[in-house]
Design a protein around this ligand. Structure first.
Ligand SMILES: [Zn+2]
Length: 168
């Protein structure tokens, strides 16, 4: 691993963190020559996943596209970049472990909602309004009801790592 500052090839690892899904590792390193600190990410090589859109079109799963949607929904809600990354890791990891290589875009949407609702109610409503294509007040009311169920713990569960970040 080359130091981005001086190109020296030896560094020591200060800290390693695995994502909840265990699919990626983030390492904080220090260059042994100049002392510069930098971060590296290692990711397991993935099998390609096809997303089937509402109109029946297929596209390959795009991690950064999913992250962009989440970032937009979480704007000014206090949800940290790390939490968003973890959320995307979680979803990607779940998709990777399924036997099917195909996933409906609506399934991904529901997976995001289940998790984002615990991080921020505002982000949940925003994400839902985009992905479920709200057409009126009724859609909002139904979504609020679902959010309340989610936060009562009646719908699914959220990985401990994500909730612990929220309360930290
Ligand atoms: Zn260096």
């Amino acid at each position: 691993m080359q130091c981005p500052a001086c190109r020296h090839t030896d560094s020591r690892v200060l800290e390693s963190r695995s994502s909840e899904s265990g699919r990626s590792v983030r390492r904080r390193r220090e260059c042994l020559s100049c002392g510069h600190r930098f971060t590296t990410y290692e990711r397991v090589e993935f099998v390609p996943i096809s997303v089937i859109k509402r109109n029946g079109d297929r596209e390959s799963f795009d991690r950064s596209k999913l992250l962009r949607g989440i970032v937009r929904a979480c704007e000014k809600t206090g949800v940290s970049a790390q939490q968003m990354d973890l959320l995307v890791d979680e979803i990607e990891g779940t998709l990777q472990q399924r036997s099917s290589r195909d996933v409906q875009s609506s399934e991904i949407g529901e997976m995001v909602l289940q998790q984002i609702g615990k991080l921020s109610e505002v982000a949940y409503i925003r994400f839902a309004s985009v992905y479920r294509q709200f057409r009126g007040v009724r859609d909002f009311v139904e979504t609020l009801d679902r959010l309340q169920d989610l936060n009562r713990g009646e719908v699914g569960d959220i990985p401990a790592a994500v909730t612990s970040l929220t309360s930290a």
